[in-house]
Design a protein around this ligand. Structure first.
Ligand SMILES: C[S@@+](CC[C@H](N)C(=O)[O-])C[C@H]1O[C@@H](n2cnc3c(N)ncnc32)[C@H](O)[C@@H]1O
Length: 279
C-alpha cells in the first residue's frame, strides 16, 4: 500500500488495510469527495478517479505536481530547502518561506511548509493566510517523505482534481458501476481544518445532515458509497449519524492511533471509528 508524502491530519493510511477490503473490487468511476492527503485515492484501482477537496490550495498543489516530472519536482524542492536553509531547527527559514507563500501562493512552497510545519498541518487564518507554526525538532522533508513522494507521484497522473464544497460536485452521471467515498471532518473529533473557520468553512451538524442527504440520493439511484466516520468519541455520540446509519451496513474498525501523529484523537479515548456502506 502506498503512503502519501503529505502525512495529512485525518489521513487514512493506518486504516487502509481495514478499509480497502470493504470496498467494491469493480469500480468504473471512483469519487473521493474529501480527498485530503490522497491516502485512499492512490490505493484505488478504477478506470477513472475524481478527487475533490474544498481546500483549493491543496488541490492546486496536486495539480502542479501532476504536471511536473519527478526530477523537476525534486530539483525544485531541494532548491527551496537550500534557498531558505530549511531544517528541523531553523525557525526563521520556515517563517521566511511562510511569508513568501502568503505573498505569492507558490504550490511547492506550500508542500514544504506542510513538511516542516507543526504536525504537518494545513492551517489557515481567517484572512486565508497559512499560519501553521514551525514543527521544531520534529517535522522536516526527509528521506522517508522523499521516497513516499517518488512512489506516489506516478499515481497523481490518473487523477482528475476538483476543489469545491461536496454539495457542489456534479454526481449526476454516476451509476451502479461507480463508487463514492466520503471521509469528511468528523463532527465529534476535530482535525485542525475543523476547529472553526480557519480560512475554510468549519464542519457543523448541518454539514453532516447535508452529506447524509446526498448519500441517500446516491443510494436511491443505485450508486454505491462508503462513509468513514466516528460514532462515539470520549463519551460523546454523534446521534444523527447513529440514527442514519441503521438503514445501511456499519463496519466497526480498530482505530488504534497509538504512536500516530494524529494528536487530535486522544489515544485513550473510546473512539468508535466506522465505515458505513450501502452495499
Ligand atoms: C478527514 S479529511 C480527509 C482525509 C483523506 N481521506 C486522507 O486519507 O488523507 C477531510 C477533508 O475534508 C475537507 N473538507 C472539509 N469541508 C469540506 C467540504 N465542505 N467539502 C469538501 N471538502 C471538505 C478538508 O479540507 C479535509 O481535507
Amino acid at each position: 500500500m502506498l503512503k502519501s508524502p503529505m502525512n495529512y491530519i485525518g489521513g487514512k493510511y493506518k486504516l487502509l488495510s481495514q478499509i480497502l477490503p470493504l470496498f467494491p473490487s469493480d469500480i468504473h468511476t471512483f469519487v473521493d469527495l474529501f480527498a485530503g492527503g490522497l491516502d485512499i485515492a492512490i490505493n484505488i484501482h478504477s478506470d477513472y478517479i475524481i478527487c475533490n477537496d474544498i481546500n483549493h490550495y491543496l488541490i492546486g498543489m496536486y495539480v502542479e505536481m501532476q504536471h511536473m516530472n519527478i526530477d523537476a519536482l525534486l530539483r525544485r524542492i531541494h532548491f527551496t530547502i537550500n534557498e531558505f536553509a530549511l531544517s528541523k531547527t531553523n525557525r526563521e527559514g520556515y517563517i521566511a518561506l511562510r511569508n513568501r507563500f502568503n505573498a505569492e501562493h507558490d504550490n511547492i512552497d506550500l508542500f514544504l511548509l506542510i513538511c516542516y510545519g507543526f504536525n504537518h498541518q494545513l492551517r489557515f487564518n481567517n484572512n486565508g493566510e497559512f499560519n501553521n507554526p514551525f514543527g521544531i525538532n520534529r517535522s522536516s522533508y526527509n528521506e522517508k517523505i522523499e521516497n513516499n513522494l517518488i512512489a506516489w507521484h506516478p499515481y497523481l497522473q490518473q487523477m482528475h482534481f476538483v476543489a469545491t464544497d461536496f454539495r457542489n460536485i456534479d454526481l449526476q452521471n454516476l451509476g451502479p458501476r461507480d463508487f463514492v467515498y466520503a471521509d469528511p471532518p468528523y463532527l465529534i473529533s476535530c482535525g485542525s481544518y475543523n476547529d472553526g473557520k480557519r480560512g475554510f468553512e468549519g464542519w457543523r451538524e448541518q454539514d453532516d445532515l447535508d452529506l447524509f442527504t446526498l448519500l441517500d440520493q446516491l443510494d436511491d439511484r443505485g450508486v454505491r458509497f462508503a462513509l468513514s466516520n466516528v460514532i462515539e468519541h470520549k463519551g460523546t455520540i454523534n446521534t444523527h449519524l447513529n440514527d442514519w446509519r441503521r438503514r445501511y451496513h456499519t463496519h466497526f474498525l480498530n482505530a488504534n492511533y497509538a504512536n500516530s501523529s494524529y494528536q487530535y484523537i486522544d489515544k485513550t479515548a473510546n473512539t468508535k471509528e466506522v465505515l458505513i456502506t450501502n452495499y
